[in-house]
Design a protein around this ligand. Structure first.
Ligand code: ADP
Ligand code: MG
Length: 767
């Protein structure tokens, strides 16, 4: 601590360490705030640096939404810190911190009119209060409050009775809020909120004096420890009153009219402090026009970005392929099966794209086992027929290796060289592979994300295929594109992405769906089992093996890199091998094995030298052994449903009847069990995906942020699917009419679009 002496005119010199701590230098501006009797110095944000001579007031009058909330009246350093914990640092953050629900405090119900089951606000007087012991022996604090129509009992289960006794004095009057519960004839509220009325004050004047908290539909915000509802409401009232007039509506007027939307400022004001006539039910479902307007606004900008991107793609010059049938016809002959109608249809769509003068950007969606690999291979051959190179990228080494083996096998017959490129390909072999790719001597490269790394140069990349795209993000797609000059891009996913999600993450791609499985597949009979049934489960495996089949036992590794987890899987494999199935051949497959080891294990399982394969989720995607007919998943509750569906897709690939046993751990919750039961009911990946999306939310569903799923501040892709469709249509139409957003009303849209989505959608090149 340092004492700073003021000179005769009240000026002082700040010591160097203070300047350093503030991050300012002599000659810079400093912001001085006086709040709650404390003085705070801080460097002002650039937007607030006043023009010479102008005061702070005028800076705030700029109404810049990036102004820190600290500048709001009543927000001191402590409150600012609490707000920051809720992600609120600027005015804009505050405006988009929406109420979680609303309470109707326009008028108070008389006690006789309270409705059990709903959250009510009522005015009453304390009649009696004291600690009591319940029949079950629990001590609690009970208060009876009344008005002239009836009584309600308030209860607290955890509190300090001495303190409560002091607060809940007979005769005190307050406004109470809480959920009404009925016990026989009696109404109760547990842990109510209370606003006390000063002695002698009348309700009408209290309500009139506090128009933020009473006499209206009151917003109830998500809080954090230490942050009070009323304090936050007060901040938001300041923010809404002071700043919404500065919020510009950027959506074109025609769109607003067609969609019956409100100006953005009105919508923001309306969601925080609804009009007197607001419908509580609509408010609480977030279905008011104000809510809809905000959600639309949010979706609109995303879709605008996607529309521009799609258009940008379609304007690029591509490499139109000639269709020669040279290799494809040979491959179709070599395949041991005819293509399904769905595969044929999708291939026709791909062929049309490839023949066009602009690069293809197509997503092929098809449930596990629908036969995407063949579609990829046939597409690759179209490129090879046109003297172009193809890069096929898979999310794991194991899958890359498997694709490599499949593709290599067919291509060998056709005389087309294929190379594998993963992190496991090292040293001389890697150098040789890179050289062969660069010279163009290798037409097909299969690998992991290693194929899009800096070092890899293609001589003439014509097609990039990305398998199981949900594991990759938008960025990988971009990087793949840059490996050639506008190559065609084909992405494939087995995750049946619900439509709204698909429109969000893949909204710039055209979509093909393989909606048919090859004939002869029967659904995988699935059962949830518990520890007590383990012996039966092992017997089942035994029976299948005796019948000449093979089995998977899947062990969850949350973190593949965690040694302890890996040990658990390893130990389990050893135990199964030595004690449970000493007479059978048990193998182990996990992500930490060297590529050669993995390949050796897979090969021996595939060729039937091994009966049981204990594996981690490395087998989740794409492993293909038709003779495997049973899968047991340990600790099934640790997996997402879509992941279980992927896993289960490893069996049921042949024509035999297949089974999947989901072994639940001991601590399975009711909710967890309900979740797993979905797997028993359906093998429809789409329904499972929707259930998963509902249960886990979109972020989790796709696994990672990386998947390119945007965070919405207001909209929910679950709740607001309809709004998304409307916004998409408007955005795409707008880009159709004004592809460069040059119209007078449209220029600000472009700026806002870049601000919100520029980086994340890789829009730099298109807007
Ligand atoms: P996924 O769509 O999950 O990637 P795959 O491409 O791995 O599916 O195909 C699953 C299995 O189905 C493979 O064994 C493949 O050879 C086989 N298959 C693909 N297409 C057909 C078809 N039209 N008829 C019969 N079997 C097919
Ligand atoms: Mg596949």
């Amino acid at each position: 601590m340092t004492v700073v002496k003021l000179d005769s005119e009240g000026r002082c010199r700040l010591p160097a360490e203070a300047l350093e701590a503030l991050g300012v230098a002599p000659g810079d501006n400093l912001l001085l705030e006086v709040s709650d009797g404390k003085v705070v110095l801080s460097p002002p944000p650039p937007a607030l640096v006043p023009a010479p001579g102008a005061g702070l007031r005028s800076a705030i009058n700029l109404k810049n939404l990036e102004t820190p909330v600290r500048f709001i009246k009543g927000v001191g350093p402590k409150l600012a810190e609490l707000l920051a914990k809720k992600g609120i640092t600027t005015i804009e953050d505050a405006l988009y911190h929406l109420p979680a629900r609303y309470e109707d405090r326009r008028s108070f119900r008389r006690l006789a009119e309270l409705r059990p089951g709903s959250v009510e606000v009522f005015h009453a007087e304390v009649r009696s209060a004291g600690a009591v012991v319940s029949k079950g022996g629990r001590s609690l604090f009970e208060v009876t409050v009344a008005d002239d129509s009836g009584t309600v009992v308030l209860k607290w289960f955890h509190c300090n009775p001495r303190y409560m006794k002091g607060v809940w004095r007979t005769g005190r009057r307050g406004i109470f809020t809480g959920e009404i519960v009925r016990y026989g004839a009696r109404l109760e509220v547990h842990h109510p909120e209370v606003d006390w009325l000063a002695e002698g004050s009348d309700l009408a004047s209290v309500m009139a004096d506090d128009p933020v908290n009473f006499g209206r539909a009151v917003p109830v915000y998500p809080l954090t420890e230490g942050l009070q509802q009323k304090a936050l409401r007060k901040v938001l009232k300041e923010v809404v009153d002071g700043f919404t007039p500065a919020v510009e509506t950027l959506l074109p007027r025609a769109v607003l009219e067609r969609q019956s939307l409100m100006p953005l400022a009105e919508a923001l004001a309306g969601v925080h402090f609804p009009d007197d006539g607001a419908d509580m039910e609509l408010l609480n479902r977030r279905a008011t026009n104000a809510h809809r307007t905000l959600a639309f606004d949010e979706f609109f900008f995303l879709q605008l970005g996607l529309a521009l991107k799609r258009r940008g793609n379609s304007l690029e010059e591509g490499i139109p392929f000639a269709i020669t049938h040279k290799y494809t016809r040979l491959l179709l002959k070599a395949l041991p099966f005819p293509l399904t109608a769905a595969q044929k249809r999708v291939l026709t769509e791909i062929r049309q794209d490839l023949a066009a003068p602009h690069p293809m950007h197509r997503l092929v969606q098809g449930d596990v086992g629908s036969g995407k690999t063949v579609v990829a291979l046939l597409s690759a051959l179209l490129a090879v027929e046109n003297d172009c190179q193809v890069a096929i990228m898979a999310p794991t080494e194991l899958l890359a290796e498997q694709h490599y083996l499949t593709i290599h096998r067919y291509c060998e017959e056709l005389g087309i060289p294929v190379r594998l490129l993963t992190a496991g390909v090292k040293g001389k072999e890697r150098t040789a592979t890179l050289a062969a790719i660069a010279s163009g001597e290798v037409p097909i490269v299969v690998g992991t994300h290693a194929v899009i790394q800096d070092k890899v140069e293609f001589s003439r990349l014509g097609l990039g295929i990305i398998d199981e795209q949900h594991r990759f993000g938008v960025l990988q797609r971009g990087t793949m594109k840059k490996k050639g000059s506008n190559p065609h891009i084909l992405v494939m996913t087995a995750t049946p992405i619900p439509r709204t999600l698909a429109l969000t993450v893949f909204g710039d791609l055209s979509l093909s769906v393989i909606d048919e499985l090859p004939p002869g597949r029967s659904p995988v009979a699935t059962r949830v089992c518990f520890e007590a049934q383990r012996a039966q489960v092992y017997q089942l495996i035994r029976d299948e093996v005796k019948a000449g089949r093979q089995a998977y036992i899947v062990y969850p590794l949350v973190e593949e890199s965690e040694k302890s987890e890996l040990r658990a899987a390893t130990r389990m494999a050893e135990q199964l091998d030595a004690e449970i199935f000493p007479d059978l051949r048990v193998g182990l497959l996990h992500g930490r094995l060297k590529p050669e080891q993995k390949e050796a294990v897979m090969r021996s399982f595939k060729s039937g030298e091994m009966d049981i394969l204990v594996a981690t989720t490395v087998i989740e995607v794409g492993i293909d052994v038709p003779n495997a007919t049973v899968m047991v998943v340990e600790h099934a509750e640790r997996f997402g449903l879509s992941q279980l569906h992927q896993l289960r897709g490893r069996v049921g690939r042949g024509t035999g009847r297949s089974r999947c046993i989901l072994l639940a751990g001991a601590r399975l919750s009711d909710e967890g069990e309900r979740r797993l039961r979905v797997m028993e009911e359906t093998c429809d990946g789409f329904r499972i995906a929707e259930a998963d999306l509902e249960l886990r939310g979109p972020g989790d569903f796709l696994g990672t942020r990386q998947a390119g799923l945007p965070d919405f501040r207001v909209a929910s892709i679950l709740r607001d699917g309809r709004i998304m469709e409307d916004a998409r249509q408007e955005a795409f139409e707008l880009v159709e009419r004004d592809p460069l957003l040059l119209g007078g009303e449209h220029a600000p849209l472009r700026e806002e679009l870049m601000r919100r989505w520029g980086g994340r959608l890789e829009l730099a090149g298109v807007a």
